[in-house]
Design a protein around this ligand. Structure first.
Ligand code: PEP
Ligand code: MN
Length: 376
């Protein structure tokens, strides 16, 4: 446990100011700073009444060599000047102590740690050490692999180095094989992160999750509906000509359309009438949950009785025919009743697994001394 996990120091003053606002905190700007003109052009075309922070990559962590690896340190003033021109604070990715030093010297307002650095505790520690004694907000992207502890570890390393203003960015997770996503969202991981650090501002980066400029809105909306505080969307004046991540960047005009379509929902319902209605509905759910649990317990009692019967008659726990029939019948029936096929499949699997675990326990009972060591 990290001390003060829920304490206010985690809140970045500027980021948290918008936590209860009536719109998402918006980070926009190109994947990479390509030229002074390009950064200035994108900054000028952003709607600054709805964008809060200008982003641009200066050093780009590319998967393969011989790709465009960013313009490097000389691009820092382009970003800082473009932000100054339109009155937006600026942010970029740092992956080493040298990057940190250059950013601090150039006057970058907020730093972010990229997914390929979060994954490596040595890199995070180098960045954290370079930041010791510096009061600058830092955003931490999730690691490229779905490892919650690495993400938490990066936040802890920065916290130990004295960073008090932090936020995290959910940008999805690498995967093998085909998917519609460039990086799988695996929403359960940001939810677990949010549960661990409820006061830490969390932003979603639909651009890197989707990898494509079509389909960003549903991801952005889902993030908001899960209580995230804002979004990072890669924005380029001419996305097709972008030197990195061309497929996923959008124009400032498209960004405005997405923001128009986005419905801003909050976790805390402040209207007392709505809050009462919600409380009533939740009370009904609680009653139904009690009933479901009562029935599940009754069901497992019968499962164990069946286990006794199988034991006495030397029948195997797994009865393949019965299991197949159950799955077939229930899948159809329950989907017809309105449950999703995916839910039915998962529910039956977990039910079957628990039934087998319980019957295994029954089988292994010797006299009065239980051997409860059975692991499914
Ligand atoms: C980026 O934001 O351009 C970037 C490289 O992101 P990530 O670290 O999420 O891949
Ligand atoms: Mn990018």
């Amino acid at each position: 446990m990290v001390g003060g996990r829920n304490a206010k120091p985690y809140l970045c003053a500027m980021l948290s100011a918008l936590k209860n606002s009536n719109r998402p905190f918006m980070i926009a700007g190109p994947c990479s700073a390509e030229s002074a003109e390009q950064v200035m052009e994108v900054a000028r075309s952003l709607d600054t009444s709805r964008v809060d922070l200008l982003r641009a990559g200066i050093w780009k962590p590319r998967t393969r060599p011989d790709s465009f690896e960013g313009m490097g340190e000389k691009a820092l003033p382009w970003l800082v000047e473009a932000g100054g021109e339109v009155g937006l604070p600026v942010t970029t990715e740092v992956a080493s102590a040298a990057h940190v030093e250059a950013c601090l010297k150039a006057g970058v307002d907020i730093l972010w740690v990229g997914a390929r650095s979060t994954v490596n505790p040595f890199s995070v520690q180098n960045i954290a050490d370079a930041l010791r004694g510096v009061d600058i907000p830092v955003l931490v992207k999730n690691p490229i692999n779905p490892d919650l502890q690495l993400w938490i570890g990066a936040v802890e390393r920065l916290e130990k180095a004295g960073i008090r203003q932090m936020g995290v960015i959910h940008r999805g997770f690498s995967h093998l094989g085909k998917s519609n996503y460039r990086n799988l969202p695996m929403w359960e991981i940001p939810i677990a992160m949010k549960t661990e650090f409820p006061d830490l501002p969390m932003y979603c980066d639909p651009s890197h999750i989707n990898g494509n400029r079509d389909g960003l809105l549903p991801i952005a909306q889902k993030a908001i509906d899960l209580g995230m505080d804002g979004l990072m969307l890669e924005t380029h004046p001419r996305p097709d000509e972008a030197l990195s991540d061309a497929k996923q960047q959008i124009t400032p005009a498209t960004l405005s359309e997405i923001l128009d379509a986005l419905v801003w929902r909050r976790m805390d319902n402040i209207d007392p009438i709505l809050a009462n209605k919600l409380a009533e509905l939740r009370a009904s759910i609680d009653t139904i949950d009690d009933e479901i649990i009562r029935l599940l317990v009754a069901r497992f009692d019968v499962t164990e009785e069946i286990g006794e019967y199988k034991k006495q008659n030397n029948l195997t726990i797994l009865q393949l025919d019965r299991w197949k029939k159950v799955v077939e019948a229930y899948e159809k029936q329950w989907v017809r009743k309105g449950l999703s096929a995916n839910f039915v499949k998962k529910y039956l699997e977990i039910l079957h697994k628990e039934s087998i675990r319980r019957q295994t326990q029954v089988m292994n009972q010797r006299g009065t001394s239980d051997s409860n060591e059975v692991i499914w």
